[in-house]
Ligand binder design. Structure first.
Ligand SMILES: NC(=O)N[C@@H](O)C(=O)O
Length: 287
């Protein structure tokens, strides 16, 4: 099942993607089932997802193909990211391959739709791209064992972990300064439930800037796999429905190019992860 959210920012409603790729409005059905019209919190619980799976999308009202697609999950309270989770990305940044997962926060307020504009923040000089596989949590996870960890997943989606390197690396303290700026967290287009993903550790990923391939990778070369990460993180904090973990980026970021190549207004970023769709963002000045 591919879930999505459609409508203007802040007023998104839930949607279901039909076999022909059209978006169908799920908000009426979800409201009846769950008392909410949005894909957030309890709507992500395994029981609710199992009920939604029985719905035939073709019977739902069609959403205009011109409607904006929002981030594929709403109400996220924790947006956790994993750093240096691909050995070749660690190498291109001159970093060691970590012995334990490196975690950092992205502010949930940076979350935007998959095709919304990415804004260059005031004072930024080194805005960069990062294609990543993201995991959306479906039920409360605390002290979870690796063997059980995937049961806590509502679905998978694409994340562009947009990063301002000068804030991240030249302004002291934690990476979150460069990872949390407005529009730095495109998520979606779809929240794809685990039953549609044969092997989450074997998904191709790619990212282009203005049609030139910058990143190519596969989740099979992650240092720490998805189940390990969920288990690991759940030993430091309680993960709740709607929380997002973005699992790290493969090589090919702008900071690793020789010479470095950073984003400029007018650039167009396109990116995808196998089975999870595609995103497309225009880079614009801050407004
Ligand atoms: N360099 C850097 O910020 N990388 C991380 O975001 C990552 O490894 O995904």
């Amino acid at each position: 099942m591919k879930l999505c959210r459609h409508g203007p920012p802040g007023r998104e409603k839930s949607g279901l993607v039909a076999a022909d790729g059209s978006v169908r409005d799920l908000s009426g059905v979800l409201a009846e089932l769950n008392g909410t019209t949005d894909i957030t919190g309890s709507a992500l619980a395994p029981r609710t997802l199992a009920k939604l799976k029985k719905i035939n999308p073709d019977k739902l009202p069609k959403v205009s193909s011109r409607a904006r697609v929002g981030a594929c999950v709403g109400g996220t309270r924790n947006f956790i990211a994993v750093g240096m989770n691909y050995a070749d990305h660690a190498a291109e940044t001159g970093s060691e391959v970590p012995k334990e997962p490196i975690l950092f926060n992205k502010a949930p307020s940076c979350i935007v739709g998959p095709d919304d504009n990415v804004m260059i923040p005031p004072g930024a000089k080194k805005t960069d791209w990062e294609v990543e596989l993201a995991v959306v949590i479906g039920s409360k996870a605390r002290y979870v064992e690796e063997k059980d960890a995937l049961k806590f997943v509502a679905g998978f989606c694409i994340c562009n972990d947009v990063s301002e390197r000068s804030f991240q690396m030249e302004r002291a303290g934690q990476w979150m300064k460069g990872k949390s700026c407005e529009s730095f967290g495109p998520l979606g287009p779809w929240l794809v439930t685990p039953d549609e993903i044969k092997d989450v550790q074997n998904l191709d990923m790619w990212l282009d800037v203005n049609g030139t391939r910058m990143q190519t990778g596969s989740t099979k070369t992650m240092v720490f796999g998805v189940a390990y990460l969920i288990s690991y993180i759940s030993h430091f904090m309680v993960l709740e429905p709607g929380d997002v973990i973005t699992t790290g980026t493969p090589p090919g970021v702008g900071m690793g190019k020789k010479p470095p190549r950073y984003l400029r207004p007018g650039d167009v970023i396109t990116l995808g992860v196998q089975g999870l769709g595609m995103q497309c963002q225009k880079v614009v000045p801050f407004a």
